[in-house]
Design a protein around this ligand. Structure first.
Ligand SMILES: *Cc1c(COP(=O)(O)O)cnc(C)c1O
Length: 385
């Protein structure tokens, strides 16, 4: 995607809304605008739309309709999963131990830290290997009777690495401990069959797969004890108060439908171009190292560190050359601290501060990639410290 001479290569931060998704949303702003909780027929019409979106998502996730809770974003889904299950597990069985990977999104890690600092939970981090991958055996060795919840991200937003979710869920289930995965990046290009993954809780957000910002969902396995974060009306089975955002719920459901029905096509399109990009970067820039797993990674995701390079300067130079990239987490703009995720891989602080994330999307063209590959070597040279 390009506007005039500017090329967007930051699809892990967010994606533009698919035209078909936008079209599907429009009637719910103007015509079917009523509050789905209203008893009158306008309300019922809106309610029907929300419930058929829920039904269609349940079909895609291979779960029951009543296991899907709509939220306002991926972050809210992460918060509800963590805080909701931690509070419930403490109330039910005095479980106070929280076990998470060190490569979680901040919506998970900062929530877990708040639970530790403000509510006295014992927070433990799992180790990861140099690719940022969790070893299921480490979960097996650290899980306890008083573990309230285990959390491991499905596919990492900064380094693209995919975790062995099915294997981790099996261990958690054998120990009767809840397992949550943040699939906000993963849902865009990976399978999200709940039965296959075996998770108890799974978070998604529409804007990472060509849907609108400000809408997400949390899958909650039936029978899971969750204390709501947002109290008020009885919407979303009493687990998330607030008038349903009807057009955005429709947008989420439509975007997820396309993400999964066109998944293989998108996967193959992106992976071949991403592989080419990585290969070209290695060929032209000897100081480049890939971060994250070389194979077990999101198909659109390339992330690097460059020896002796100032990552923020590199981003600024790329920006002025007409490329929108990222240094890792989008939330870190202007923050000179190295990313926790990159440090968790064992990277030295200076190397972690030289990171570049290039993420492709279904709108990315071969010309855009060629143009990027052509400009990157000189931008890296200019960013040497
Ligand atoms: C973007 C993202 C989030 C946050 O989702 P929002 O909808 O932006 O709140 C959480 N986890 C991961 C892995 C993400 O990429």
């Amino acid at each position: 995607m390009a506007t005039e001479d500017y090329i967007y290569l930051d699809y892990a931060a967010t994606t533009p809304v698919d035209e078909r998704v936008l079209e599907a949303m429009m009637p719910y702003f103007r015509d079917t605008f009523a509050n789905p909780s209203s008893v009158h027929r306008y309300g019922q019409e809106a309610d029907n739309a929300v419930e058929s979106a829920r039904e269609s998502m349940a079909g895609i996730l291979n779960c029951q309709k009543n296991e899907i809770i709509f939220t306002s974003c991926g972050s809210e889904s992460d918060n509800l999963a963590l805080r909701g299950s931690a509070f419930a597990a403490r109330a039910a069985r005095d479980a106070n131990h929280i076990l998470i990977s060190p490569v979680e999104h901040h919506a998970v890690s900062n929530t877990a830290q708040q639970l530790a600092e403000l509510h006295g939970y014992e927070l433990e981090y799992l180790p990861v290997n140099k690719y940022g991958e969790v070893d299921p055996d480490d979960v097996k060795n650290r899980i306890r009777e008083d573990t309230a919840i285990v959390s491991a991200i499905y596919a990492n937003n900064e380094i693209g690495t995919i975790n062995p979710i099915k294997e981790i869920s099996e261990i958690c289930r054998a120990n009767s401990v809840l397992f949550f995965t943040d699939a906000v990046q993963g849902a865009a290009y990976l399978p999200i069959d709940i039965e296959e993954l075996g998770v108890d809780l799974l978070a998604i957000g529409a804007h990472k797969f060509y849907g609108p910002k400000g809408i997400g969902a949390l899958y909650i396995r039936e029978g899971t004890d969750i204390i709501p974060n947002l109290t008020g009306g009885g919407q979303e089975y009493g687990l998330r108060a607030g008038t349903s955002n009807v057009p955005y719920i429709i947008g989420l459901s439509e975007a997820l439908t396309f993400a999964q029905s066109e998944r293989e096509e998108r996967y193959n399109y992106l992976k071949s171009r991403r592989d080419y990009l990585i290969q070209q970067v290695f060929e032209n820039i000897p100081s480049a190292h890939l971060t994250g797993h070389p194979e077990k990674r999101l198909p659109n995701h390339a992330s690097f560190v460059f020896e002796e390079v100032d990552g923020n300067l590199l981003l600024a130079i790329l920006d002025s050359n007409g490329f929108a990239c990222s240094s890792g987490s989008a939330c870190k703009t202007g923050d000179p601290e190295p990313s926790d995720v990159l440090l968790a891989l064992g990277l030295h602080r200076n190397l972690a501060l030289s990171s570049l994330r290039v993420t492709l999307g279904i709108m990315t063209t071969d010309e855009e990639i060629e143009s990027f590959i052509e400009k990157l070597p000189s931008a890296v040279k200019q960013s040497k410290k």
